[in-house]
Design a protein around this ligand. Structure first.
Ligand code: SAH
Length: 515
């Protein structure tokens, strides 16, 4: 490859990515991530943030997992310089706040030397976030009128990096110790040697603000023992001070109904965003494994023909929310006015589909009790209105034969079917959260349609779980989907009666929620 042309238009943004929960990044950070050409990140930045970057944004992992330095600081500096010299807008994401034990200074020096301009965006630092999400107050009018941020990371070669914990025993107030888990024994011992009473309140919060958050509330004397018993691991903040003693009940975050539950959604995010948002609001860790892709129908002539005769139908039957959504997309492109739709009656396979139709202030006259093609057909036949009636069935490219067959054979209707969209299996190896799923598993997988179930079966090889990963229970949006799963020897643990996002969330809370 030839040498890239250098220019000065590039710029580096050293951006605080917050402690974990993506809701805690600043608006400025969010904007920069969305617009940048190169995103340089390490393991402390939430993977979810990276999904917000443009598809063409170059993403570079310089992650340094504890004990496994994948890239030394010097190399990171070089990358920042190189990318900026290519004229790129570079975002260097740093966990928490860039200036709090973030080695930001090293990167600033490198950039200064290379004459590259930069900006710094502060972030919510781990100590403050962990305290808030664990309900641990750091200051109090009567206890704790100073707050200190310390690092417990002891570098044997660099005396200057050592904190004199004995002295901090005298300083008092609230101590927030970063990177202290590896030397917790020594830290607590030195604090007690320095005169800190062993019953001084202390706490540890690990994986703060994330669904994996864990905490112990203890005392300096018992902290090591309690942390071991609770099996707490880094990243974690150790808190010490009197105000911590006030905090034992404040676990608002961990009390969320789906806190700590890993739930997989299988629809493409465009359609699953409400489900994701509702699950996250209840504290769940949502993994995205899109198993299907929705594509518009290729038969534009058929669509045009159907629309030309739209006024002749007595019933329009929608068999899926995707179908209804795509139908109205195309409809409004063709007509631009709802009055062209005509006075026909409308049937929908289930509540979620009906919700889409009602958005256009159209009344849905019929929804069967169970959301299957057979039930929909029977409910329509029972209206005694089908004989010789023109019926339009709006479908995808799967699962329409039974419905159309029954409407024609029992109802004697004249049926046109309009495949308005196609469902294709999405390649799961491209799913953003596949690696996480395979490594840790999940508590539940939500199948929204038979096609997501079929795609799951077909791609089983790529979805294999590692040893020790949690085996998920399978949840289905309706009988058709359950049938597909069972036909493939998969056990369905949860099926909802009325397929809607709200009932699925409610059912998950009932089944696996923290009560
Ligand atoms: N710049 C970061 C700190 C980097 S040092 C900030 O401002 O937060 C890395 C240390 O931060 C970890 O060893 C741990 O002590 C702490 N840390 C980072 N994220 C954390 C989290 N989600 N929960 C608990 N501690 C965290």
């Amino acid at each position: 490859m030839g040498k890239l042309k250098e220019n000065n238009s590039g710029k580096v943004f050293l951006v605080g990515a917050g402690p974990g929960d993506v809701g805690l990044v600043t608006l400025r950070a969010h904007e920069l991530i969305r617009d940048c050409d190169a995103l340089v990140f390490d393991h402390l930045a939430n993977a979810e943030l990276r999904k917000r970057a443009k598809p063409e944004c170059e993403q570079i992992d310089v992650g340094k997992a504890p004990g496994r330095h994948t890239m030394i600081q010097e190399e990171i500096g070089k990358i920042l310089v190189e990318k900026a010299r290519q004229g790129k807008k570079v975002v260097r994401l740093k966990g928490g706040d860039p200036f709090v034990f973030g080695r930001c200074a090293e990167e600033m020096i490198v950039l200064d030397e290379a004459n590259i301009s930069y900006e710094i965006v502060p972030g919510v630092t781990a100590a403050l976030a962990c305290a808030a999400y664990a309900g641990i107050t750091l200051s109090h009018r009567e206890y704790g009128s100073s707050i200190s941020f310390l690092t417990g990371h002891e570098d044997v070669e660099k005396e200057s990096l050592r904190v004199n914990f004995k002295k901090f025993a005298e300083v008092g107030g609230t101590l927030c110790i970063y990177m202290g888990m590896g030397t917790i024994n020594e830290i607590t011992q030195k604090l007690m040697d320095g005169g800190l009473p062993k019953d001084k309140p202390a706490a540890i919060v690990s994986h703060g603000t994330l669904p994996a958050q864990r905490k112990v509330i203890s005392t300096v004397g018992n902290l090591v023992h309690d942390a071991e018993r609770a099996d707490l691991e880094a990243p974690a903040i150790i808190f010490i001070g009197n105000s911590i003693g006030l905090s034992t009940k404040g676990n608002w975050f961990e009390r969320k109904q789906l806190f700590g539950k890993r739930i997989v959604i299988t629809r493409p995010l465009e359609q699953a965003s409400r489900l994701k948002a509702m699950l996250e609001e209840k504290g769940a860790d949502v993994l995205e494994l899109p198993l299907i892709r929705i594509l518009p129908s290729e038969d534009r002539n058929l669509v045009a023909e159907t629309f030309a005769g739209i006024a002749t139908y007595e019933w329009v039957v929608f068999t899926s929310a995707n179908g209804a959504r795509e139908f109205f997309n195309v409809f409004f492109k063709a007509f631009g006015d709802i009055r062209s739709f005509g006075p026909m009656r409308i049937a929908c396979v289930g509540e979620a589909t009906a919700e889409v139709v009602r958005k256009f202030n159209l009344e849905v006259e019929l929804i069967p009790n169970r959301s299957t093609g057979e039930d929909l057909a029977q409910a329509l036949v029972a209206t005694n209105s089908l004989d010789s009636a023109n019926v339009l069935v709006v479908t995808g490219n799967r699962n329409r034969e039974i419905l159309v067959g029954l409407l024609e054979s029992i109802g004697h209707a004249i049926v046109d079917s309009l495949p308005i969209y196609q469902t294709d299996f999405a390649n799961v190896t491209e799913a953003p959260d596949l690696a996480q799923y395979c490594q840790y598993g999940a508590d539940a997988i939500v199948f929204t349609s038979s096609s997501t179930a079929l795609s799951f079966v077909e791609q089983e090889e790529d979805l294999k779980l590692a040893n020790g990963a949690t085996k998920p229970m399978l949840c289905s949006f309706g009988p058709e989907t359950s049938k597909t799963l069972r036909e493939n020897d998969l056990e369905v643990s949860l099926e909802i009666e009325n397929p809607s996002v709200d009932s699925m969330v409610e059912a998950l809370v009932q089944k696996i929620g923290n009560h």
